[in-house]
Design a protein. Sequence first.
Length: 534
Amino acid sequence: MSVNVYYLSVKKDVPCNSYWDYTIIIDAFNTLKYETSEVRTIPKQEKAIVVIPARHHADAVAEINKELSKLDKVVLFLMGDEERVFPVDKIQHDNIDIWVQNPHPDKDDSYNRIGTGYAPHDLSGLDYKKDTELFFSGQITHSRRQEMKQYVDIQKRDNWDVNYTESFTAGLEPKQYFEKMARAGYVPCPSGAVIPDSFRAFEAFECMAMPILDEINPSGTINGYWDWLFDDSVPAIKIKDWISVGGYIKDTLPEWNKLVNIQTAWWIKWKRDFALKIKEQIGDTDFGDTTAIVCTSPIPSHPDTRIIDETIASIRHHLPDAEIILQIDGVREEQKDRAEDYEEYTSRVLWKCLHQWKNVLPVVFQEHMHQSGMARETLDLVKTPTILYVEQDTPLVTDYEIPLKDLTKIIEDGDSNVIRFHFEAQIPKEHSHMMLGPEKRHPELMRTVQWSQRPHLASTAYYRRIIFEIFSSDSRSFIEDYMHGVVHNGYIKDGLGSWHQHKLHIYNPEGNIKRSYHTDGREGAAKYDNTQIF
């Protein structure tokens, strides 16, 4: 649906936009594809999102209320007010959700909370590379920063890159600053002047560095800030006494790669959920038609990402804007020798999710879950009526178009549950006994009792049914290995009555039907032949 976002300033001498701390919400609005405009007055309408530079409007609440009264429903963002001078409790509206940036625990516990966010600098040109243990560049302006400097200087090692500056953004050019942060493993994040929040913490998340988050503000009146801000247990180092900075690094360094991958997956999901909460609050129920699900697990080519790159690119060719949920499986016992390469591969993929791919949600599993286990954990994230399931090494073709919108409608109408995209030009004769002929209402579809995990479009509700009702609650297996027997044996036993429970099809247009192919991630090796839990 169409949603308007207004960057509002009722003061002619105060800019409506152009603030660094707007970047985090601008990214959310771009993800949601909402129309944005800068205004001095709001047009009367049903609903809108309104963003105000709050610090500059502390004395203009009456004017703000007058503008908000033109809307039946409003989602209000009060931005850039670290000192918390804007009187939020004086906002008057009968149907409003309020977000407070730089919130204070003693004043803002009942509002939606958002931190400072990150600076508006493009990191997409950087590759994932870590060769510096710690990086800090910034001012030393109050007691918490002085304490940090004292103990960083005492414990400093050769691989620590530390630069103290005279003023905000001084010392390093932005490009150099972010290049250095992107190469760092740890970033000390001392408190801001009033609350522990700071750009640096969010920039560390964006750079896949582990922030060392200050829990206490300079006056000592705020403690435990970060978990409160996010209303979640933040997977980062949180520090009360800077004397411990070296100890925290020493303790976490052996598992740094794993820990930062967990942190980054959490951060990407937080940004995704933040956008979805805005969408929910403004009453936008349009999630599109299809969510792609891609599963990945250790293969010989890792840490190289070329195979997953090709698959993601092929999906984007056909679904430019759809969300992709990337299931990153844990390492099975037989593949422990690949664990280090796979962790590095995961890091490179997470970097791409942050800065190169768009609208890709990675879900990182810490233990081997296999396809059925990962599906059980991730299907609740799907908001669309259909899913496009693609294994990591089975891209869609890009030299033929696939009418996904038309095929989605067939599934939504209940005429099919699964439409598979074949990897050969024709259906092989040896598979003909599993084909039941063309679908009468949709002759481009071939009815089949052959389940294959090759790329397929499927009803989300149907997928939930098979995963939660046919597979066991602790299932960890290839989906195909079980479903092939369920579908085929059911047809042998009960005929078409069984087929109608599953309604499987192959996309079978005239001519060449090949719509997917195989990049052979296992490089010819056989599947692991071990007992699987179905």
